[in-house]
Ligand binder design. Structure first.
Ligand SMILES: Nc1ncnc2c1ncn2[C@@H]1O[C@H](COP(=O)(O)OP(=O)(O)OP(=O)(O)O)[C@@H](O)[C@H]1O
Ligand SMILES: [Mg+2]
Length: 460
């Protein structure tokens, strides 16, 4: 093959590539550009060849290769029109003499975006994870000390492990306590290290027949098209079955009672019985005494654990929760982005976060804190990684509905008269602190942060 033909074949191949290719001579003048590179730069190939590479790629890695005559591989990312590239650059020699350099590069926009998405999901996962061990639980020496004692007793008492019931409003830590019981049972050897932990949300099933099959399993031919299938109860054998929202058990309570009483399970449509040894933890936001068959209730309620709502916890504990969620956020960001990162909650925002009413309890408080930090944080693209990043959370960063009219305990204190006065003072140009002071003089107990929040709310 003649040289021209060889070049034509090579050029054809190059132009099919999604990777960009640039070749420059010793001075940095482009002597070859493939189609992908021209596309990236937004020019035509024939326009580019013969010009200096910096005209199209101002920060070309090639320039450094021309200087040092050393290859530069991978990870060198540079920017052209906000695009990022992974570049491999090499010097080349002709007849043993250094003659220039070439580079092969690829836009990593998609990889980058995917990575960002994954990182974001990882962050959310980390922030939403359920505490599983007692040392991390806030209130272990306070509002939860009885809870923890009882929870340990359910599986650790001398009489052998027992079933139990956990009652608490939404977001108070029921799942957390169930997890803790499981870990404790493993720790003391009541169940083995690899014992299963199976969680069923009883309210998730649209139809009680489906639920029965999922929980108790089925034999082939039990119903049209049914297969032989182990139910979740059997899968929990030797470990723990966590029945969340147990008030939704409805029709299959009888079946459950039978399994618990006899220690034997019969799959739907089957005749054979299988032995099962399972510790059941049932949780609910409702009082299960009113929801379950009395016999089933009695079996499960050998230990009943009540979780206090957030409003029953004292200010010190609320503050500990706040600090804990801030710390978790900082840790998650530090690990994920490898930056020095700190969150500061300004006093007025802190007051509101601590005094707000959270109907969905600790989960909601956590979500509100995460949301507020999120909205105060810079975008990851905009930060300088070499410096400590400090995020200051102020009133403006708090979610709008935080002290909504209908669910806010604090907002009850802002009645129509006070509202009118605040608005009047505000249109006179007074700030929140001044307004609060004026109102206090008049005998209305209203803090400056409440005024500030009220004003913010009305503005939005
Ligand atoms: N005392 C605590 N200390 C630290 N984190 C807690 C505490 N209580 C709850 N949390 C956290 O709050 C979140 C909600 O808790 P959990 O999921 O256990 O509540 P739940 O009662 O099961 O809620 P739901 O009724 O919605 O199922 C979890 O992320 C959990 O780790
Ligand atoms: Mg739960």
């Amino acid at each position: 093959m003649g040289n021209d033909l060889k070049f034509e074949v090579a050029d054809n191949i190059m132009n099919k590539s999604n990777d960009g290719v640039n070749v420059v001579d010793k001075r940095g003048v482009l002597i070859y550009v493939n189609q992908a590179s021209a596309d990236y730069a937004g020019y035509r190939i024939d326009e580019m060849v013969g010009n200096h590479i910096t005209k199209y790629y101002p920060q070309a890695v090639l320039l450094k290769v021309l200087e040092d005559r050393q290859p530069i591989l991978e990870k060198r990312i540079h920017y052209v029109k906000n695009k990022r590239y992974v570049v491999n650059s090499y010097p080349y020699y002709m007849d043993g003499e250094f003659s220039g350099a070439f580079s092969i590069f690829r836009s990593i926009k998609e990889i980058d975006e995917l990575n960002k998405k994954i990182k974001y999901l990882e962050l959310q996962l980390e922030l939403n994870s359920v505490v599983e061990d007692v040392p991390s639980m806030i209130g272990k020496g306070g509002s939860l000390s009885e809870v923890i004692k009882r929870a340990r007793r359910t599986v650790g008492s001398l009489g052998g492990p027992r079933h139990s019931i956990i009652i608490g409003e939404s977001g108070t830590g029921k799942t957390m306590v169930a997890n803790m019981i499981y870990n404790y049972a493993k720790e003391i050897g009541v169940i083995s290290q690899d014992a299963p932990y199976i969680e069923i949300n009883c309210a998730q099933f649209t139809n009680s027949d489906i639920a029965a099959v999922e929980i108790f399993g089925s034999e082939e031919g039990a119903y049209t098209g049914s297969k032989r299938k182990k139910g979740l109860f059997e899968q929990a054998n030797g470990g723990i079955l966590f029945l969340d929202e147990a008030h939704a058990l409805e029709h299959y309570q009888n079946l459950l009672l039978k399994v618990i009483e006899t220690g034997k399970i019969r799959r739907i449509g089957g005749s054979k019985e299988h032995r099962v040894d399972v510790i059941v933890i049932a949780a609910s936001t409702r009082n299960l005494k009113d929801e379950l068959l009395p016999e089933l209730y009695q079996r499960l309620a050998q230990y009943e654990i009540y979780l206090p709502s957030l409003s029953e916890r004292d200010m010190r504990e609320k503050n500990e929760l706040l600090e804990y969620f801030i710390m978790k956020y900082q840790e998650a960001v530090k690990n994920l982005h490898e930056i020095d990162y700190k969150v500061v909650i300004e006093d007025d925002a802190r007051e509101i976060l601590l005094n707000a009413y959270y109907p969905r309890n600790i989960r909601q408080m956590r979500d509100v804190i995460n949301f507020s930090i999120d909205s105060a944080s810079p975008l990851i693209d905009d930060i300088n990684r070499d410096k400590e990043i400090i995020t200051r959370v102020g009133i403006d960063d708090l979610p709008f509905e935080l002290i909504g009219k209908d669910n806010g305990k604090n907002s009850k204190r802002i009645d129509k008269t006070i509202e009118r006065m605040i608005n009047a003072y505000h249109s006179d140009g007074m700030g929140a602190r001044k307004i609060s002071k004026e109102l206090k003089h008049k005998g209305y107990e209203i803090e400056y942060y409440q005024v500030a929040y009220f004003l913010k709310k009305n503005k939005a």
